[in-house]
Design a binder for this molecule. Structure first.
Ligand SMILES: C[S@@+](CC[C@H](N)C(=O)[O-])C[C@H]1O[C@@H](n2cnc3c(N)ncnc32)[C@H](O)[C@@H]1O
Length: 261
């Protein structure tokens, strides 16, 4: 275990792992997750919809010829990790995982150990210069070729994401992709507000939900691919049956953009 794990406070990474049915969480995380679920029973379903979006987005990028992935706020590895989806399509793909949570970074290293096509950086994504100049990124990714910058279910933990995203955008070449999913209050106000309050009170990573317009604004310098910024299940569903009758109950927005020349 890395030395600075705080067992007195729930961590967003471990709480999310619990929602997804993972085993890398502690009592304090489970207790908070159960509190969130009691207030909002659909929370685990929303997280599963987020994870399903992540897989579809990686498949989309891979089909567009992207073979390098920079996964910011990658979380504790669970089923359908970026490298599994990317390598299934292209065995030469490269994936760098970045997370500032010690459990996420340590467990990612354990499961990736020995695979030279992947690497883990324990770093704060809000410091793009450090992330981009880390030996893992400079060794594994060739930034003179297109890359997918993934920010899935993480920017709601960042106070002012626009300049951060702009720094990553400026570091990658046209044709690179930006993948975003983001918590929103659009369509789910009361429960989303309670959920946001819970993270603010209990964790070291308060959450800021954003509107569709605010998420769209993150794509400055990118062309949004169809269908633009939509609720999670509506982003290129694998089959029409996957689309819920009330997609807004999945309180997350999703989008992919392609950097313009
Ligand atoms: C909800 S999880 C999402 C995991 C994965 N991207 C997914 O969607 O399945 C959010 C992750 O972002 C990480 N995170 C939050 N703020 C971060 C920051 N400033 N820098 C790096 N990672 C961060 C947390 O530790 C957590 O693992």
């Amino acid at each position: 275990m890395e030395p600075d794990i705080d067992l007195t406070k729930p961590s967003a990474a471990r709480v999310y792992d619990y929602y997804l049915g993972g085993a890398h969480n502690f009592a304090v995380d489970r207790e908070m997750a159960e509190q969130a679920i009691a207030m909002w029973p659909e929370v685990p379903l929303i997280m599963q919809a987020n994870r399903a979006f992540l897989r579809r987005a990686v498949e989309f990028c891979a089909a567009a010829g992207i073979d390098q992935f920079l996964d910011l706020g990658s979380g504790i590895p669970t089923v359908g990790n970026v490298h599994e989806v990317a390598l299934a399509r292209n065995p030469d793909a490269r994936v760098v995982y970045v997370d500032n949570d010690p459990v996420a970074a340590a467990y990612s290293r354990t499961i990736l150990d020995g695979d030279p096509r992947t690497a883990v950086v324990r770093e704060d994504l809000r410091d793009p210069e450090k992330v981009l100049n880390s030996p893992e990124v400079t060794d594994l990714l060739d930034l003179s070729r297109p890359v997918a910058v993934m920010t899935v279910a993480v920017l709601h933990f960042v106070d002012d994401p626009a300049p951060v995203i702009a720094a990553y955008r400026d570091a990658v070449v046209p044709g690179s992709h930006l993948v975003v999913s983001h918590a929103t209050r659009d369509g789910q106000r009361a429960q989303a507000d309670e959920h946001q309050d819970l993270y603010r009170r209990r964790t070291a990573t308060p959450m800021t939900m954003r509107t569709k317009a605010q998420v769209e604004a993150l794509f400055a310098g990118f062309d949004l691919v169809e269908p633009g910024v939509v609720h999670l299940p509506l982003w290129r569903p694998a089959s029409p049956d996957d689309v819920d009758g009330r997609p807004e109950r999945f309180a997350g927005l999703a989008a992919v953009g392609r950097k313009v020349p």
